[in-house]
Write a protein that binds this ligand. Sequence first.
Ligand code: C2E
Ligand code: MG
Ligand code: MG
Length: 641
Amino acid sequence: MSSTSTERKSGLSADRVKQLIVVIGIAAAADILRNALTGQWSDLAILGLSSIPLCFAWGLVNFGRTELAGQLVLFAVTCMVNAFVWRNAGLQEPAVVAYPTVLMLAGLLFGQRAMLALLALITSFLVALTIADYYGWHSSAAPGTNVASTLSMTGILAVSAAIIWMVKGDFKKLLRNLHRENIRVTQSHERIEFLARHDTLTGLPNRHQASELFLKTMARARRNGGKAGLIYLDLDDFKSANDTLGHTFGDRMLQQIPERMNAALRESDSVCRLGGDEFLILLDALEDSDAAADVATRLLAQFAEPFEINGVDVMTGCSMGIALYPDDGENFETLLRHADTAMHTAKDAGRNSFKLFDASMNREVMEHMRLNSAMRNGLLRNEFSLYFQPQFDLTSGRIVGAETLLRWRHVDLGFISPADFIPIAEKSGLIVPLGEWVLQEACRHAAQWKALGLGDLVVAVNVSPVQIRRGGVEGMVRSALALSGLSATRLELELTESSILHESVEFSRTIAALREMGVGIAIDDFGTGYSNLGYLKKFEIHLLKIDQSFVRRMAMDRNDETIVRAITQMAKGLRLRTLAEGIEDVSTLRLLAKLGCDAGQGYLWARPMPASEFIEFARQHVARPIASQVQNTHSEVAQFV
Ligand code: C2E
Ligand code: MG
Ligand code: MG
């Protein structure tokens, strides 16, 4: 039996047994000295003989038999006391006070069996002594050992043993409870430790743990003269899957991601979750950037297969940014920022791809930050204004409305194209207050047109996918209409196909509510985005704006003409109106009219213009009688132009 297992059983340590032996040894040595001086040779012999098992017990402790050694000590002490009692004053011998102590030690340290064995040994000895005294076979040095005193002594010892046993039971229970409590505290401590370092959903290390792990990865790279890498991975369109299919579904998907990633990684690489749909991969021992790019390519391949969740197949891509130690930064925070920047560049470049960080990306980020804060100031300094581009009915030639186009005139930089500032405003979320302002102003202008006698011209307002995703568009429209007094039927919202891509229950409800109010819904830049046209049936859309990239070249390019023809025919079948953007010449206009396109806008009639100019423009065209064009669209449109 090993010493540790012995200790576990009795709770007795080797040191404690040795201390016990030393204490008894000292007491015995003192008695030996006293007996030697007083010439009590028989006591001296008892003490001498008792020392033998004590020495033997010491040896047992050294051999790891602690429990056996402890039992031997108690047995030896009991025998020694018995010998003193026999040899000297019987029950009047002072050594009898050691009996309860021996029993107590046996009960507490070794349990019931050892204690009962010793009690039996003591009791049988006392009975034997009493019988021997009674029959005169032995005579104690002091009177008093008779049946009555033996019975009371045995009774006292038995009661002591019973009390010891009961107290021992209480102690054991207390110890068990303490032990259980200790386990519980240890477990909750371990759980808290785990939660502080891991993500609860996937069990992956969290950002805090990632930074600690990467410190070691960087140290290894430093030692070996190699590189370490960080891949910042963000799932494409996870939010729409999460919104559409539910959060439990989204959680299941996130739980499957680590397994997929691990299939593309080496043993030494680790996957961590930063939160939401963002993961971080720590790459150990890289030779160069090509090695990191290889890992990213393998990761992309892992996302080519659909995820099966509750029997449904879901596809998701991912965008990744890679930063390398020491090339792109010397610490975790810098590398994480750079990998994040590279990931956003990959997303902007069309998703489902990866980009290695380079310094120009940082310059771009700085430029974006500069423009973004300039835009915030611009909003306060009234640098934004609205331009309006007239829209015409191709059959009647009448002006039917105008598209609102936002303009920004920066104090130093002059006019900045919406193509440059809108994407930045979308990224920072500034498009939300900006878009709300556009909507309110556009409604206010359109209400004025009616008051100026320009009739029921419709005002079209561009709505960003970010505004759709953030929600609250319905409330924004209601308050803009209420503030301006504009009729809902004179407002048209232009959504891009990417807004529809992010469709959710909330989105469907908003579209239905807006249509219910009478607000028109147009799909802007139609034909450039989403190939799944199911949404045309699903949502109550009333207008398709054919993208100018097809319209501008359709007079020269048969393919573009074919596309525009297909769009107009499909729209007719679905009873949707069509409006062609970017009409710049008469031949295109003729062709569009021939194909049955309903309306158009473009430089042929007018470029976008400030509100005051638009009022003059509309006044001239509203006044112009053009009713005859309805009969012979083809030729009359040409005349009108
Ligand atoms: P869009 O909504 O497709 O607007 C039409 C764009 O085509 C406008 O560019 C307009 O000036 C231009 N355009 C119109 N007719 C012609 C033509 O005959 N030839 C050519 N080459 N171009 C023509 P703009 O004003 O630069 O706006 C660009 C884009 O910026 C808009 O495309 C729209 O997506 C966005 N945008 C503009 N204002 C807003 C706004 O208030 N909110 C949001 N979210 N986006 C806006
Ligand atoms: Mg538009
Ligand atoms: Mg457009």
